[in-house]
Design a binder for this molecule. Structure first.
Ligand SMILES: [Zn+2]
Length: 298
């Protein structure tokens, strides 16, 4: 068995996330009540097959654990979500000539132990925001992502926020109809029923259809991305408990309808392609070695 030393290959990329997955498994295993989660993550992509095609593409074939808080599986999920968005745009090309916004809505950082009630308040506020005139007059649909990052204030707190991809009426981009960041902040404050003005950020997507596609797909992928480093153990265990049953991405309005109408061709094609590769090429087998934190091949 020899460790694989080449860098920046798909397998090396996988290794980085597998290392984070092992660290995350360690967090779960330190808690007597979360042993099943820990073992599930330890087995995620433990055995990997790689296939090299004549065009020098590397295909990775692995069994993933599909745990919500597994870094490897979050990465897979973000990739799948990006494909789903591509599919949405392929089947509804007029969306590339439409107007899109990327709106970030935040609340004040909260203690990690208050994450659940804070998340519930945010979800309710978002529902309220959707009933407000500004929203109803302008927003046709979109996707809301929830992300929780660590707070810069202290090690007890976290920073929950929403990223929203919004399909808006063209009139919103015209002339005097520009809605400023201040106006969005005021709308969000009212929906939150908060005594402070929450921070919001707004970005308009401009460009040719190809650029709009790349902005939509890129921002959706960014909103679903796994963390770059593993959160400290205490906050991680409380946060994952508090975030149970909370859906990371939720579509609404016309985008929700269009998602429900997508046919599964793209998925079938991807599965068929992998099956063809499995039958046409000899795989290289790699096994995770916990001591060297690397994949080893026979
Ligand atoms: Zn996994």
């Amino acid at each position: 068995m020899s460790p694989i030393k080449r860098k920046s290959t798909p397998l090396e990329d996988l290794r980085k996330y597998k290392e984070m997955t092992q660290e995350t498994a360690g967090h779960f295993l330190s808690d007597g009540c979360r042993q099943t989660d820990g073992h599930r993550l330890l087995n995620c992509a433990k055995y990997v097959r790689t296939y090299r095609t004549p065009s020098n593409d590397t295909f990775i074939d692995a069994l993933y654990c599909k745990h919500t808080h597994c870094p490897l599986c979050q990465r897979q999920k973000a990739r799948k979500y990006r494909s789903k968005i591509h599919q949405l745009l392929d089947q509804n090309p007029y969306l590339l000539d439409s107007k899109w916004l990327y709106l970030t809505l935040t609340v004040r950082d909260c203690n990690v132990e208050d994450l659940r009630p804070t998340g519930d308040i945010m979800v309710k506020a978002f529902q309220r925001m959707r009933t407000r005139k500004l929203w109803k007059d302008n927003v046709l649909g979109g996707i809301r992502f929830i992300e929780v990052t660590e707070s810069q204030v202290d090690r007890e707190s976290v920073h929950p926020h929403f990223h929203c991809l919004l399909l808006v009426r063209p009139s919103m981009f015209a002339g005097n109809n520009y809605v400023s960041t201040v106006k969005w902040a005021s709308e969000w404050q009212k929906a939150l029923q908060a005594h402070y003005e929450p921070k919001v950020h707004i970005k308009r997507f401009n460009g040719k259809p190809d650029e709009i596609r790349s902005l939509i797909v890129g921002h959706a992928g960014y909103s679903m991305k796994p963390r770059k480093t593993v959160l400290d153990r205490r906050r991680f265990l409380i946060m994952t408990h508090e975030m149970r049953d909370l859906r990371r991405a939720e579509s609404f309005g016309i985008i929700r309808t269009l998602f429900s109408e997508l046919n599964g061709h793209a998925n079938f094609e991807a599965i068929e392609q992998l099956e063809e590769i499995r039958q046409s090429y000899e795989p290289f087998i790699h096994v995770w070695d916990g001591r060297s934190n690397n994949y080893c091949s026979d």
